[in-house]
Design a binder for this molecule. Structure first.
Ligand code: PAF
Length: 291
């Protein structure tokens, strides 16, 4: 960590409005990293802030549960919100500033102009959560404009989101570097997520089949795409018949750059992705593979 980040370990400033942010932003020193979050900070967010410390002198974290990326019937209302705990985590991770605006401040009127994620945003997560990536890219674009970071850090856990943010920055010539932080896992190998808090102990045991399936796929990587998918599928089929059952939304092996499913003779960087529901909780996980 640089001296500037160290100096802020104890007391991040809090900006509740774009005006307060603009005022505080002027006093931030050196290269500034943004860590965008929806709060309920956990080990995965700590890993994002650790990556931010590697990238910059000063860390700004945003805490905003973005209504635009939740569909009807999703958990927008019940999404965990605890700014006091988030402020403590940000302090421990050396953030200088936390931007935690209200919905009215971010969306003062109807949001007519939005970012279209294109076809890459309509497959996989985009197919199961229509409008999700349009909502994500629109708020990320706003956060970039408001915070004006030199670099922004996103987690590999949300691999499709990371790829789409990179693509937006490239396609719209945005002057911000994008850095990735590896997926954080709990000791039982479940990928860290704010939504893990919804799982009962029995659901959590079933949910471990996601990381087991990815591991089985990765272990079969020399056999090529068909072998990888069938090894992962075997684990998920067993979990689908278990109690409580795991209901798979998708299992896919995609090109890491385009998110198109790979042909069997594919060579290059790929991602094996899974999304599934256990009880009322929807979980995603992935593993990058070099084929
Ligand atoms: O990954 C998330 O937590 C959100 O999608 C993000 C990037 C903060 C945008 O709301």
């Amino acid at each position: 960590m640089t001296d500037a980040a160290q100096a802020h370990r104890s007391a991040p400033a809090l900006a509740r409005t774009p005006e307060e942010l603009a005022c505080l932003r002027r006093s931030l020193e050196g290269r500034v990293a943004l860590v965008p979050t929806m709060g309920a900070l956990h080990g995965g967010h700590r890993a994002l802030m650790a990556a931010a410390r590697e990238q910059a002198d000063t860390i700004v974290a945003s805490v905003f549960v973005n209504p635009l990326q939740f569909g009807p019937g999703e958990d927008y209302e019940s999404y965990p919100r605890d700014l006091d705990t988030d402020m403590r985590v940000c302090a421990e991770e050396g953030a200088a500033l936390v931007f935690a605006p209200s919905v009215e401040d971010v969306y003062p009127g109807e949001q007519i102009v939005r970012i279209d994620p294109g076809d890459m945003g309509r497959v996989l997560e985009g197919e199961f959560r229509p409008g999700f990536f349009g909502g994500v890219l629109t708020v990320v674009n706003k956060l970039f404009n408001l915070v004006q970071p030199d670099v922004a850090v996103f987690g590999q856990k949300d691999a499709q989101q990371l790829a789409l943010v990179r693509r937006m920055v490239r396609d719209l010539n945005m002057a911000v570097d994008i850095a990735a932080a590896p997926t954080m896992r709990d000791s039982d190998n479940l990928a860290s997520s704010s939504r893990n808090a919804y799982l009962s102990p029995a659901e959590r045991r079933s949910a471990l089949s996601l990381s087991r399936a990815l591991l089985a796929g990765a272990d079969a990587s020399v056999t090529g795409p068909v072998g990888i998918l069938s090894a992962a599928r075997a684990v998920l089929d067993e979990a689908a018949a278990g109690e409580p059952p795991v209901t798979v939304d998708y299992l896919a092996l995609v090109d890491a750059n385009t998110f198109a499913e790979v042909p069997n003779d594919f060579r290059g960087e790929a991602v094996l992705l899974v999304a599934a529901r256990v009880g009322r909780t929807r979980l995603i996980d992935n593993v990058p593979l070099s084929l």
